[in-house]
Design a protein around this ligand. Sequence first.
Ligand SMILES: Cc1cc2nc3c(=O)[nH]c(=O)nc-3n(C[C@H](O)[C@H](O)[C@H](O)COP(=O)(O)OP(=O)(O)OC[C@H]3O[C@@H](n4cnc5c(N)ncnc54)[C@H](O)[C@@H]3O)c2cc1C
Ligand SMILES: NC(=O)c1ccc[n+]([C@@H]2O[C@H](COP(=O)([O-])OP(=O)(O)OC[C@H]3O[C@@H](n4cnc5c(N)ncnc54)[C@H](O)[C@@H]3O)[C@@H](O)[C@H]2O)c1
Length: 446
Amino acid sequence: MENKQVDVIIIGAGPGGLAAAYQLANTKSVLVIENDLWGGTCPNRGCDPKKMLYSVVHTKQQAADLASVGLQSDSKIDWESMMAFKTSYTEKVPSGTLDGLKSTKILTEHGQAKFIDQDTIMVNETNYQAKKIIIATGLHPVTPEIPGSEYIHTSTDFLSMPHLPEKIAFLGGGFVGIELANIAAESGAEVHLIQHNHQILKAYPEELTEQLVDSMTKHGVNFHFDTEISSIQEKADGNYELTGNNDFNLEVDEVFTSMGRQPELDSLNLEIPGVTFDKRGIQVNAFMETANSNVYAIGDVANKSIPKLTPVASFEGAYVADRILSQSDEPIDYPAIPQVVYSSLQLARTGVTPQEAHDNPDMYVVKTAKAGSWYTFNRIQDSNAVIVTVLDKKNNTIVGATVLSKIADEIINYLTFEINQRADKQAVDKQILAYPTPASDLTYYL
Ligand SMILES: Cc1cc2nc3c(=O)[nH]c(=O)nc-3n(C[C@H](O)[C@H](O)[C@H](O)COP(=O)(O)OP(=O)(O)OC[C@H]3O[C@@H](n4cnc5c(N)ncnc54)[C@H](O)[C@@H]3O)c2cc1C
Ligand SMILES: NC(=O)c1ccc[n+]([C@@H]2O[C@H](COP(=O)([O-])OP(=O)(O)OC[C@H]3O[C@@H](n4cnc5c(N)ncnc54)[C@H](O)[C@@H]3O)[C@@H](O)[C@H]2O)c1
């Protein structure tokens, strides 16, 4: 057994771990340990491959919406070519990430990391000791504990499926279920989305999630609300029979879990450094320190009521690196965080929610714009566009926004920027922005 010493060990080479590693690498000796794909979830089996498939699907959906205004097209998705396009990107991610780390003189180990002492990690028969250790091991999909659970696939399997099955079920209508159901249905599969209660995407206002359900239904997704699957049986023809409450019964070619993700903590031996955790992740304080102040947890694996997203993981990685370099004595301070669900319509939100605003009428005003007939949205036949803004009564600046539109991703970024800049109408009106664009509407939101 070899023993080595470094300044900082980072477990997990996803967006969180990598952001910390690069920021530390100039002045510290850094070891990054990864047990699977270099780059982590987002570029290998999350955001990036998903959005490549979505780009193709979304263009088809936009073309169909413009049919009534002169666009004649009969677009069809060829799953195999679309997957090849995705793979042309993802196949280069692990080696590209590893090359990047090596060229920055960051030490790397491929293998399962585990604590064997408060400050020592064992990987591949080597013990590495460090003053500071950062855990950035992310999440993995939850699978229900029901008979037949071994037949259930995950989002990772979906994003590398060589062929599109004819009939698919997704268990759970959160981010993953909604986004993948849209891709599968638009690509030609019969899609069933099973949600155990009455609302998909519970963090969003119900009026808007209902509109998204209407839109997705028109695009071929079959929703089954208040339905919980209790068993899955393999049939003689290789199909799967799903059985649930209220006599629910459905036969499909493939079934995917999309009912949430849980922290990746297996075999880390967290009791050795005294790091505490629960089913929502590793407990951290306002400095991202765990119960052992020399061990940090960042990104998806940290138990925080902050959206679990790539830019959040990178933000936390950079923050912890700053702290280790003694550049920051301040608790982590998040700006407004935008979240977007990419489906037949995009549903996005940032900052103060309409619900929080309704609960605090002395502080906030809520403005709802049914914007389908505005020039920007009419031009792209986005007749369902809704923009809900929350304004701070004191200074009339935007502090929150929720957007349902085909271009909600773009609009929410502008609004997030306005929120973080605390821009009032005067500040926005001082800008000259290209016209006609979604940004040229910014003045109307104030
Ligand atoms: C289908 C899907 C779509 C998504 N789409 C978006 C999106 O559009 N936008 C967005 O912002 N976010 C999206 N996300 C979320 C995003 O991928 C995560 O928030 C982000 O990857 C979190 O980064 P992380 O560094 O915390 O963890 P991860 O990226 O999960 O990286 C953790 C790494 O740690 C490794 N690891 C785990 N245990 C060990 C161990 N014991 N030893 C060594 N290595 C270990 C893992 O193999 C992994 O590579 C999506 C997620 C999924 C699943
Ligand atoms: N566009 C994005 O930013 C994006 C995309 C995908 C994933 N993500 C990240 O990944 C995380 C995980 O996404 P997710 O969709 O797996 O989880 P989620 O928590 O967003 O959604 C899970 C859904 O499954 C439902 N559910 C739970 N148990 C069920 C059961 N037994 N039967 C039927 N439905 C059930 C829940 O009510 C919920 O609607 C997200 O919170 C997000 O941070 C982000």
